[in-house]
Write a protein that binds this ligand. Structure first.
Ligand SMILES: [Zn+2]
Length: 92
């Protein structure tokens, strides 16, 4: 029987920065999207931030949800006479 357990995959709790290798910390950031002459800003996005070089990393699930929402906004806003959409969630 072949048991393929992946002993080599290391699970790290605190992510290291892909740019400079420093430990990243949980924080919030604003994401900016541009598409066909329009832009959208999404504020207060949970992300991992690097204090050393300023790199940002948004978790895959969150990034997917946001890009999906933004995609819909762009589609909905296509025929409207405007240039940008900002999405704000009130900080609790
Ligand atoms: Zn960094």
């Amino acid at each position: 029987m072949r048991d393929s357990h992946s002993a080599r995959v290391k699970v790290t709790v605190s992510k290291a920065c892909p740019e400079c290798g420093a430990a990243m910390r949980q924080g919030r950031t604003t994401l900016h999207f541009e598409r066909g002459g329009s832009y959208a800003d999404v504020e207060n996005v949970n992300a991992m931030l690097c204090e050393r070089c300023g790199a940002r990393s948004v978790p895959g699930k969150t990034a997917l949800k946001i890009s999906d929402a933004v995609e819909r906004l762009f589609r909905a806003g296509k025929d409207l006479d405007m240039t940008g959409i900002s999405f704000h969630k009130l900080a609790s």
